[in-house]
Unconditional design. Structure first.
Length: 156
């Protein structure tokens, strides 16, 4: 007798630090599909890819950027609250990376743009981010302020 498992679905998201010479900050997307809103680039984990590889693939598809993740074996954070996504019970593995190239929305992103750290703070305060991305970015801002991640110093 085969036992059926009902498991959470893994996803990867990526906080992309980006400086195009005009503006520096964090790349966020406007989702093309429900739930609509402003979000981190990311998507469902694909079979045969590590979470780090998946995060890089999603970054390229949604933002057109090449990214360098400081340490693919050490994600920034993992969130697994069953209610963090209205569609399913989703486990989210988040990375921080430096982005390079020309920013352009693609795939599931209606738009992609660079938000200054002040703009990110305002999005969090006004609860304008989908899923629990406000919580993720709050952690990021605290870690950035405390200089816990070496890659973060490059934005200063």
């Amino acid at each position: 007798m085969k036992k059926e498992f009902k498991n959470p679905i893994p996803t990867t998201d990526i906080i992309i630090e980006y400086n195009d010479g005009k503006k520096q900050g964090i790349v966020l997307i406007e989702r093309k599909n429900p739930p609509y809103g402003i979000a981190l680039p990311g998507g469902f984990a694909e079979f045969g890819l590590s979470f780090g590889e998946n995060a890089k693939k999603e970054a390229k598809e949604e933002t057109n950027l090449e990214v360098i993740i400081q340490d693919e074996e050490k994600p920034f954070c993992v969130h697994s609250n069953p209610n963090r996504d209205p569609r399913y019970h989703i486990i989210n593995v988040v990375y921080i990376a430096k982005g390079y190239g020309t920013l352009r929305a693609g795939d599931d992103a209606q738009a992609a743009r660079v938000y200054s750290l002040k703009e990110v703070e305002n999005l969090i305060k006004k609860n304008l981010l989908v899923f629990d991305h406000g919580k993720v970015l709050s952690k990021y801002l605290i870690n950035r302020r405390d200089k816990k991640w070496k890659i973060l110093e490059q934005l200063d």
